[in-house]
Design a protein around this ligand. Structure first.
Ligand code: FAD
Length: 288
């Protein structure tokens, strides 16, 4: 399939991009790596008359430390996340997740910002952003604002972004030194979206779980933060019975659709299996 015709714009700054999006209204659409948007255009499921390509905006690229946070520009590609020494040292979970997205060809162009902003619950980064308690930096015609990733996802393809907004960066607090982490993803084949996936970050102190955060991918209309499951684990010695109770609590908040990846009950169960594996691996990496 070939997309419908469109005008191509290549702004040099965020301000210029916002100006174009404001002027074009419903006829304009931000373009990042194009690996979600262009397939939809090829199927004529969306037909924007104007694409505003963010690729020429230098300020949207790269990762930098800012105090105890890491700020990652929206146009940083998944490939660049994998290759970043800063991220490998400070938030190794991101590399692990990025390596499980699609295949190298997609990752060379697909961006962190496009993955987060698209609002597709099948994307891997949204639940990970919730797990890491990231904050989305947003620029729009009324100025700049910040929205917690945990409040960003409102429905399938519906986010806190208003028409004409640009996600400029995500800000992630660096997890404590010695934290354990894991992302476990069940997929039918390389390059597939998750049947179910689970992200875990936890810290241990004196043999007990001190902090824990859990995100779930593609088992509801939005990415999920499994707060009750994390609460059950915090303060425990990570014994088998408590882990089982936590996994059951996480399964209980899932509402997956029945689709080509399996019936709803199967996908709920797989979310539990992925979480059990992610918890075990995160615990094995955690010091303390
Ligand atoms: C074969 C294949 C397999 C894939 N498998 C996976 C997978 O396993 N896991 C996974 O997570 N993803 C997967 N993807 C999706 C891929 O990761 C996409 O690249 C990503 O989801 C979107 O990023 P993008 O930069 O390509 O964004 P685009 O496709 O350019 O944009 C996506 C949407 O976000 C909007 N947007 C983009 N950037 C911004 C911004 N900065 N501000 C505001 N709005 C913005 C666009 O307007 C559009 O609506 C796959 C894609 C393909 C083609």
């Amino acid at each position: 399939m070939i997309p419908g015709s469109f005008n191509y714009h290549r702004p040099k700054s965020v301000q210029e991009a916002i100006g174009l999006l404001a002027k074009l209204g419903d006829d304009g659409r931000a373009l990042a790596g194009g690996h979600s948007l262009i397939p939809l255009m090829k199927l004529r499921l969306t037909t924007p008359a104007n694409l505003i390509d963010l690729a020429g905006i230098a300020e949207l690229k790269g990762a930098r430390a800012d105090g105890n946070d890491i700020v990652i520009g929206a146009m940083t590609t998944q490939h660049e996340l994998i290759g970043s020494d800063l991220l490998a040292a400070k938030i190794p979970l991101l590399r692990e997740v990025a390596l499980q997205i699609a295949d190298p060809q997609v990752r060379y162009l697909g961006t962190l910002g496009g993955n987060v902003a698209g609002g597709d619950p099948a994307n891997d980064m949204p639940a990970v952003m919730m797990c890491l308690n990231a904050t989305c930096h947003i620029a729009g015609k009324n100025g700049e604002r910040r929205v917690a990733a945990r409040q960003f996802y409102q429905g399938t393809y519906v986010t806190a972004l208003a028409a004409g907004d640009v996600l400029t960066a995500v800000r992630i607090p660096v997890p404590a030194a010695g934290h354990g982490y894991a992302y476990e993803k069940l997929k039918r084949k390389i390059g597939d979206f998750a049947t179910a996936a689970a992200a875990v970050v936890l810290t241990m102190k004196g043999g007990k779980v001190e902090t824990c955060s859990i995100g779930l991918t593609n088992v509801a209309p939005t990415p999920l933060l499994a707060e009750e499951a994390a609460k059950i684990l915090i303060g425990s010695a990570f014994d088998a019975a408590t882990v089982k109770r936590a996994v059951t609590a996480a399964e209980a908040i899932t509402t997956p659709a029945e689709d080509a990846r399996g019936p709803a009950a199967y996908r709920t169960k797989m979310a539990g299996v992925m979480l059990t594996r992610a918890l075990a691996r995160a615990k094995s990496l955690a010091k303390g």
